[in-house]
Design a binder for this molecule. Structure first.
Ligand code: PGA
Length: 248
């Protein structure tokens, strides 16, 4: 039985003060400990958020990392740095990074490998653009992204990865995928994992849905057999709406 995992992706939002307030509010209202909860804050707020959540079951995540160990890479942040501020998770290959910052399947893979080497759990994002869905390319795109992310990853390491299926047309648009549309792709992702590894491994990997998930549509999505959680953008910026999804 896969444990559900709900992660908040705060994106480029929150000052330190706002981040601390939000983390505190989530902690105060969080009682459903049978669900894993992760807060993915901006780099500048990671340590402050860690100070709030460190004695709670809530985990800290970053939104990106760089694949080199250290050195002359101005503006980048390493896996070791993320560990040093208390991160256990890191989002890799979010569609906004693929779209605006030139991330490719290859750079996503390098980041996944480096995160795993430092015992950070990668939340690997995959998902098709609207025109790709409309052209019937969803499976092709998602398969390429999933296979790309797992290149060179051993079975033991693969078991630690969380996959997030985020149809790009559903992110921040209020246009959520139907539970059937999402389930179809989640099942497809699991079938790719079977072909890459085996059924047992594929059955153990958690696959989150992301894209306009809200308190009022979460229950229906999370009821699907292959949807194991959510990666939440907009609705994670208010404790009430984020907790609403956790409680769903
Ligand atoms: P959204 O974002 O919930 O605001 O659609 C999800 C995401 O980008 O992870």
């Amino acid at each position: 039985m896969r444990k559900r995992i709900i992660a908040g992706n705060w994106k480029m939002n929150t000052t330190v003060t706002q981040a601390v307030e939000l983390a505190q509010a989530v902690c105060d209202q969080y009682t459903r400990h049978q669900v894993d909860v992760v807060l993915c804050a901006p780099f500048t707020n990671l340590y402050a958020v860690y100070s709030v959540i460190k004695d709670t079951p809530i985990a800290l995540g970053a939104q990106n990392l760089y694949w080199e160990e250290k050195g002359a890479f101005t503006g980048e942040v390493s896996a070791e740095m993320l560990k040093s501020v208390g991160c256990q998770f890191v989002i890799v290959g979010h569609s906004e990074r693929r779209q605006y910052f030139g991330e490719t399947d290859e750079t996503v893979n390098r980041k996944v490998v480096k995160a795993l080497a430092h015992h950070l759990t990668p939340i690997v994002c995959v998902g098709e653009l609207l025109q790709e869905r409309e052209s019937g390319l969803t499976e092709q795109v998602v398969e390429r992204q999933v296979r790309g992310a797992f290149v060179g990853v051993t079975k033991a390491d693969a078991a630690k990865i969380v996959v997030a299926y985020e149809p790009v047309w559903a992110i921040g648009t209020g246009r959520v995928a139907s539970p059937e549309q999402a389930q179809e792709v989640h099942q497809f992702i699991r079938s790719i994992l079977i072909s890459l590894y085996d059924k047992e491994l594929a059955e153990s990997i958690r696959i989150q849905y992301g894209g306009s998930m809200k308190a009022d549509n979460a229950a229906e999505l999370l009821r699907q057999p292959d949807i194991d959680g959510g990666l939440i953008g907009g609705a994670s910026l208010q404790a009430v709406s984020f907790l609403g999804i956790i409680n769903a």
